[in-house]
Design a protein around this ligand. Structure first.
Ligand code: NAD
Length: 507
């Protein structure tokens, strides 16, 4: 498979000639992983998937062999060569020192979009939400998952939430292109921009910018709390949901569980170069080796993979045969309902039941139709492909002050303010002090609980309202000489005249 246009929305696999056999990297995983992978590969082979699997080992054995991320260095070669990864679940050994393999793979390979379709299969799978049919498109690389955490004082620990314009543009555009390519009618953005006005505010703003390019798709924005509440009670209102990493992680597990079984959902992790496909569930060690695991999540992940690599007709055959199998009441034990007359099958017997139905289309469910995605669907071959992200010209940036974070557990805020004022330099004056974001000086409230972590805002005294970096260095020297325990600083800047920092709460 080649990919010579990495800056486009999906890689060139989708344009591969139909007779191309596509190398893919396969990991059989831990627990039920080998069972469900064997069942999945059997169905893929029977359906005529033109894939050439290369096996790599990841997971528990690799962790225990001393690879702290659960993957051996040579496995990356296969992933970078094939650029397509079908992955069974793995077991993360308990105890510290082991890093999440999923997070490592997603971030190392730039898999920025996590796509999880969640569909109810009532009445064949028991669910309280028979009309649930939605796709969660979750940002996969940034937000609180940047993993930048520090202990700053005796009492305070910090995790940095990083939201970037490229990250927002890539995921929001992906969600709209996905909706367009899959005939979805609405994209809902969920964020918490009423509180996090700059980070989630950027996500919402980018959504508002990009949605104008897709006039045929309905759009809405919801604050994540009411959005999650509506998802839990009226999931049929939703079609495609796009949301930052943490909210998407939580929402997608809830939505998958609402369909009736975690064993049912597959997911895709899409990057500019590489894509990874898997089931959403874990390695289920409690049922490993019994031959009863449901392979459907991995199989439906593999269906997404086949569409991605340009074999939509094979994806369609498998998906329709799988729906026929469910309709015929042939299910794995996790879905068995004696009252509904279903027949419980083992993992491989279920795969065989799907194989028997290849070529059939479902009677109760709608027939699935896939086409090789043309995510640049509004563009002709002649038109240049739209880049995923175009870097804007740098803004005019002016330094106007500095927030100095201070560790102070004994003195009152009044005493701290007096000491900071005394140590101030001519270029910078103390404007306010906040504690956990709330203004406590000047004119704080005695009721406000204070911890040992103070954000002390210094602003420029000059008529132009700007300072230089050296003014901050001088302030740091003065504060150090005065015995202040400075934890860190954050520069206060304007960008093209617009303030690039939030006010203190109560300021
Ligand atoms: P789990 O998803 O493995 O299991 C939760 C429950 O669902 C169990 O009762 C299990 O038997 C059942 N279940 C899961 N998949 C099933 C299937 N296909 N068919 C039938 N029943 C199924 O979650 P867990 O028990 O919290 O985690 C077990 C291990 O999996 C842990 O080591 C965890 O770190 C790992 N994990 C891996 C991934 C991944 O590799 N993508 C994801 C989640 C968890």
């Amino acid at each position: 498979m080649k990919n010579d246009a990495p800056q486009t929305l999906l890689n060139d696999a989708v344009n591969a000639p139909v007779d191309t056999w596509v190398p893919i990297t396969v990991a059989h995983g831990d627990g039920i992983g080998p069972e469900i992978m064997a069942a999945t590969l059997k169905v893929l082979a029977a359906a005529g998937a033109r894939i050439v699997p290369e096996t790599i080992e990841i997971g528990e054995n690799m962790y225990l062999a001393g690879h702290s991320s659960g993957i051996a260095p040579e496995a990356w070669d296969s992933l970078r060569r094939t650029q397509v990864f079908l992955k069974a679940p793995i077991t993360t050994p308990s105890g510290g020192g082991y890093k999440s393999l999923n997070v490592t793979i997603r971030k190392t390979l730039g898999l920025y979009a996590n796509v999880r379709p969640c569909v109810s299969y009532a009445p064949f799978v028991a669910t309280q939400h028979p009309k649930l049919n939605l796709v969660i498109v979750r940002e996969n690389e940034e937000d609180l998952y940047a993993g930048i955490e520090h202990r700053q004082t005796d009492e305070v620990f910090q995790c940095l939430k990083l939201i970037t314009r490229p990250g927002c543009e890539k995921i929001v555009r992906y969600a709209f292109e996905y909706a367009r390519a899959h005939g979805r009618k609405k994209v809902t953005c969920m964020s918490k921009d009423n509180i996090m006005k700059m980070t989630d505010g950027l996500f919402h703003q980018v959504f508002d910018e990009i949605r104008t390019e897709y006039p045929e798709i309905a759009t809405e924005h919801m604050i994540i709390d009411i959005g999650a509440a509506r998802l839990a009670t009226k999931p049929e209102q939703f079609d495609v949901i796009v949301t930052p990493n943490l909210y998407g992680d939580i929402l997608s597990d809830i939505a998958a569980e609402m369909t009736g079984s975690v064993g049912l959902a597959g997911s895709a992790n899409i990057g500019e170069h590489v894509a990874m496909f898997e089931a959403i569930h874990g390695s289920a060690p409690d049922i490993a080796g019994q031959g009863i695991a449901n392979p459907s999540g991995l199989l439906l992940g593999a269906v997404m993979m086949l569409v991605h690599i340009g074999q939509p007709e094979v994806a369609e055959r498998i998906h329709n045969a799988w729906l026929c199998t469910i309709e015929d009441g042939q299910v794995t034990t996790d879905l068995h309902q004696a009252s509904a007359g279903t027949v419980p099958l083992g993992c491989m017997a279920f795969a065989d039941a799907v194989i028997e139905r290849l070529g059939r289309v479902p009677q109760h469910f709608a027939t699935v139709r896939y086409q090789a995605p043309t995510p640049q669907s509004n563009q002709t071959d002649q038109a240049p492909k739209r880049p995923l992200y175009l870097r804007a010209p740098a803004a005019a940036k002016a330094l106007v002050g500095v927030d100095v974070f201070v560790h102070e557990g004994k003195r009152t805020v009044k005493a701290l303010a007096g000491q900071l004022q005394a140590a101030s330099t001519p270029a910078l004056q103390l404007q306010m002090i906040t504690n956990r974001g709330v203004k406590v000086w000047p004119q704080g409230f005695p009721e406000t609980f204070c911890t040992d972590h103070w954000r002390c805002r210094f602003t420029a005294t000059s008529a132009q309202g700007t300072i230089g970096q050296r003014d901050i260095v001088e302030l740091m020297a003065a504060l150090t000489d005065a015995g202040i325990d400075v934890i860190k600083t954050e520069n206060l800047c304007t960008f093209n005249g617009v303030q690039g920092f939030a006010l203190g709460q109560g300021q």
